[in-house]
Design a protein around this ligand. Sequence first.
Ligand code: BMA
Length: 977
Amino acid sequence: MAATRLKSDFVVFLVILAITLISGVKINLNGSWAVEDEGREIVTLATVPGEIFMDLVNGGFLDDPYYRSNYIKYRWVSYRNWTYSRSFLVSEDVYDRPHLDLVCEGLDTVAAVYINDKLLARTKNMFIKHRFDVKGLLVPGKNVVKVVFTSAVLYAAEQAKAHAYPIPPADRNPCENSEKYHQFIRTRQSAFSWDWGPAFPTVGIWKPIYIDGYTEARIGEVTVATSKTTNSSWVVSGKVHFHVLSDVTIDLVISIPGLKKVEMFKVKLSPKVTGGQEFKYRLSITTPVELWWPNGHGNQKLYDINVQITDNSLDPVDKKSLRFGFRTIKLIENDIQGGKATTFYFMINDKPIFMKGSNWIPGDAFQERMTPERTRNLLQSAADAGMCMMRVWGGGIYETDVFYDLMDELGIMVWQDFMFAVAMYPADQEYLDTVREETTYQVRRLQHHASIAIWSGNNECAGCLASNRFGTAAHYKRYYNDYVALYIGVVLNVTAQEDQSRPIVSTSPSNGKLTPGAGWIDKNVYDTHHGDVHFYTYSGNLWDWRRFPKPKFCSEYGIQSYPSFEVLKQVSQPEDWYFNSTFIADRQHHCGGDKQLFDMVKAVMHLPNSTDHIKLFSDLLYVFQINQAMSIKTESEVYRRMQGVMNGLGGYTMGSLIWQLNDNWQGPSWATLEYTGKWKMLHYYIKDFYNKTVVVPWEDGDTFKISFVQEDVQLPAPGESVEILKSKTGIPLGSSYRSSGQDQYSQETFEWQQSSAEEGKDLKWSRSAVTEESEGQSPGVVHMGQQKLLVVEKAAGDKDSSWYCSTAKPCVLVLTFRPWDLTKSPLRIQTIIKQSTILPSMVIFEAETSTMLGQLKREDYMIEITVQDEASVTLASNFYFLTVPKAAWGMRKANIKVKSVTARDKNFVITLSSDQPALFVFVEAWGIKGRFSQNGFHMMSGPSKALSLVFYPWEVTTVMVLQDSLRITSLMDVYQF
Ligand code: BMA
């Protein structure tokens, strides 16, 4: 292959564009097909792209597969073989093309493809795009294409039987009603069921299918990588892959219109070259470019790159356009304390970024139902909650182009697993070959996306082997060899060959850069000192931060909840609404999941006790969501406040990916968004704790601390010593990061603010906070000294004018102690925070809890915390329970009223009032899709203070309809006295 660079002139490019708009021919075969089972018991119309279950629903053979336990009832569908067929016309003009391919972008999965009853090909991997030469099989006029699918379940069982030794697990787990041996078929692994979803082993033509007529060559996949050469210049490079028919010299034009860049190359192609044809290009960019940034860190500027080929006569033409972005990605794994720990964080455009994110599973068991609108809605919800990374988990699919385009646009970086999850996998030659093809195709297909940050070989397969989860220990060597052959020999090697522009890890979780040295299977896969971890715990009080580790990067963590009653109702009947019903047992796929939910709730709240079974059921769903929201809030706040902060070898956390973003059906799961896209309470909480700036209260022994986390602040070097500050009495005052003995803080001021005279008359309680004066000298700590007063805030209002900030960017921290019982008054502490060195996470307040509380009883109050800037703009706010709700005293049932609903642009402002303090106020608009500006909030101020929130509808509605749809629940509503 030879290439000659011809011109670099944008005018020439425009001329070329104008004369090369003719393209090859395509016969679109999407649309209406016929489908029948082997015995022709069922013959019906089918839709392509699609799969068998929806075809049978549309044909009237099945009801909603998600309804009640239909997924078990409809299992027969996946035990049959199904044949899809259709006829199509080939005109003389098309027939005369020198080359005609049948292109199947995706067949799910094991299929025999026939043209005019002649066997064309057999397929066995849904993740591969096929291109079959059909020139010799087509005739002018009417032709028939037929795709005969073998049952995925029967095929997998057959493969398992034929394999020389068992590849465990045979079965997923007893609670899933799963099908067996998913690892033997290259299909969506969760199609055989998962702990959050039903088994629907589909078959079908799940991606577009067409006849493609062309002359000498076609453009295949195009890769695009950007690298920075100097401060202002970049190189855009990659490969253009071709499908080549005969020896030909083409003109290849590559252009980036946004940069007025165009280059033309003369390329000699030949079909004789094994492994296909490719051309490496390299464009120097010296004009200024705009960078692409993750969500929350800048714009997501994308550039088009156009690739076109022409033959000498400039006809026919093939062209391809892709979007890419200028950004650099580095995974930083630096040794800490001589390698006892290692950092694990992403630098994007040389900026270390804490990856706030979640995990993505297939949005539906029937992929054709995942419309671009649904995908957009879910991902927009992720972005709206402040996320900037999403892990595409290895038990699903390599997602659609729409998905990755949206990730590019929204600035959500992708941690892309290869599709292997929680199992041992075969590694016979046939399997390795198909995985090689799959990996090559998928990396080439996805590589240009600016959003993709990292490739990862599989989900937890190394962990399963290391922990002997499937009883592999007796034949460890065999499974180890298979593991290395598949993931290292094929997946990693192919990926590294195809894409050098981003980091690769062999599995998730792993010990990162230490994993290759450990022979690819870490001794302790879940080591918090290196790489990424998955962390799960499901018992007791998870509203307590001490329950959580301090990893370098947590790529999975979560707990279950149920969907809201509104959503679960859609697929169930009143007799299902008990926690011992068959419906619930069939939905709960996580063994022991319901018991865990009850136990976790019991540790923190009283269980709902309504005697009305429907109310009791819906109340339980509500408290499960509270527990999920609070537990994951607590855990996430640990990760956020450990941003760039070390505690021994722990901490320096730089990523938190919640398990899981979305739901696959209406069932119990770890999801934060329901199947309909509705936000669970936790998703509202994510929006708060994934804010750019967060304030995190926590108690450490008898010390009450407040951390302030700012994500744009420079990280300190890892491994610098952590100094535990001690008071004279030996009470630890907390840890503060210090670099080379230099204090990070200037003297801070702290004052119990004296309120105005008017407020003073409400003063019910005041005291001198007595601690040792000398503590005031400790840097990094705010102390209570003598003569400080805790002042009662006027119950009726917030007069906040009595403080000011005295330096350039100081903040004001306000702690308001809110009583459950309105006959008690709230109390307020205000302090001015000033610091000379700003760290990404700092303890900005620290006090002995017992001293701070004095006579206050934990059971009587919660604390509201706000950090404001000097213009009184709230930078961050939070709340803190001094005790779990079940131990709180004096809470009364709140009567929450909707005071008004008014339209504002396309949105609605809802104003609420409450006669009593109310916790976890959850507002729903039943029947209207949309989300609120906040939810699961607390209304602590009593009748005098209204609270307004905004409803953002995702469909057209009116004030009246919205008003009627509103349902409001707060904690005390679930108890009968
Ligand atoms: C993780 C995931 C999934 C699973 C989740 C909850 O390990 O990788 O396999 O759904 O836990 O159990």
